[in-house]
Design a protein around this ligand. Sequence first.
Ligand SMILES: [Zn+2]
Length: 231
Amino acid sequence: MSTETLKIKKNGHRLNGFSTSDIGDDHLFTGLETPMKKDAFKLSDEEKKERISILFEEIMDVMGLDLTDDSLQGTPKRVAKMYIDEIFSGLNPANKPKVALFDNKYKYNQMLVEKNITFYSNCEHHFVPIIGKAHVAYISSGKVIGLSKLNRIVQYYAKRPQVQERLTNQIAEELKTILQTEDVAVIIDAKHLCVSSRGIKDDTSATVTTYYGGQFNTPEKIRELQNYLNN
Ligand SMILES: [Zn+2]
């Protein structure tokens, strides 16, 4: 066995007994929390952009692209800015939406459904887009939040390298904490570009994930919710 192979064997992480290459394109995930390093925020956003720009320039250079070309020159900086300020801004808790709670003055005690929230995320296994719709619902425990906040919470967690199951659960956990209730539901219906544009190249499949907490976890409530989503 060559030293090279030995090194890979020694350093290779195994997940449920499978190596990274065994897992291949299967989208496994390891937990509810986005895996972050302890010192994730040691560098400022500006320092991160600087480093990413240098590293991305290297990737382009290794691929043989001519970085002196007018069209490519600005790309490393643009990608770095886009990563930190936009598509991965949800990694930084400082960007978490501030949500104000209000008393449920109208005593509305049925489910509230905010449907068809369009989001763009990125698959953490391939760094290509996940595009989908999220539907979120809750039954007030006496507190309510502004409707746009439901949308903002979805967008915040979408702006991370993600797997759809974790995105679903992270949104649900956040809603439960903010609204002080178990009675929340999250349904996500999304297309993964790593499945449609490459790999198995299936353009028609979509992935659906659900979270039904508390009162939502009954056949009646699920049917009621599905009814609203189908109309
Ligand atoms: Zn993927």
